[in-house]
Design a protein around this ligand. Structure first.
Ligand SMILES: [Fe+2]
Length: 178
């Protein structure tokens, strides 16, 4: 699950439905040991006006998602996002319950730039639930525990997870900031 959460390549596949993410433009990774920051942009394919009128929630989706992930290994990721109506900090908590079961919670903080943001707060939380459901669905299908043969770009987050998973609670080299 942590590999998935820090896999910056999976968004345009796993989260294509609803968000229509077409690409991930990775910019920066700051490695502070058990804490890190990732910055990337996700352009999306826009919905038509007709689609939006049929499903008004779609008006709330940004056309380009600018992501800043603040990571605290192993149990917290804060997604700092800019939406059309305001700013949001979506906190994802991971609580292991058994060997094969992890419970996840979302705590959403919003700063309204427009009064409508308050009314639509629940919808933003709903978008978070969609992300979780899509990730949960994909977990059984990818990330097999077999040695990796091909190295993709944007994998610095997964390297960060692997390194910390092996050494926790120690903080070890290498530093993955680029
Ligand atoms: Fe995901």
């Amino acid at each position: 699950m942590l590999l998935n959460m820090h896999d910056y390549n999976h968004q345009n596949g796993t989260h294509r439905e609803l968000f229509r993410i077409t690409d991930v433009e990775f910019h920066q990774f700051i490695d502070n040991g058990l804490n890190s920051h990732a910055f990337y942009d996700m352009p999306t394919a826009p919905y038509t006006l007709v689609e939006k009128l049929r499903e008004p929630d779609l008006f709330l989706l940004p056309t380009a998602i600018r992501a800043h992930l603040e990571n605290h290994f192993p149990s917290l990721i804060i997604f700092h996002g800019e939406m059309p109506l305001g700013k949001a900090a979506q906190c994802h908590f991971f609580v292991p319950e058994t060997e094969n079961l992890t419970r996840t919670y979302i705590l959403l903080f919003g700063q309204a730039r427009h009064p409508a943001f308050k009314i639509f707060g629940k919808t933003y939380l709903k978008f978070g639930k969609v992300v979780i459901d899509q990730d949960a669905d994909i977990l059984g299908k990818i990330y097999p525990n077999t040695p990796q043969k091909i190295k993709l770009n944007n994998e610095v987050g997964m390297d960060w997870v692997r390194r910390n998973f092996q050494s926790l609670p120690q903080v070890v080299e290498p530093n993955l900031s680029k």
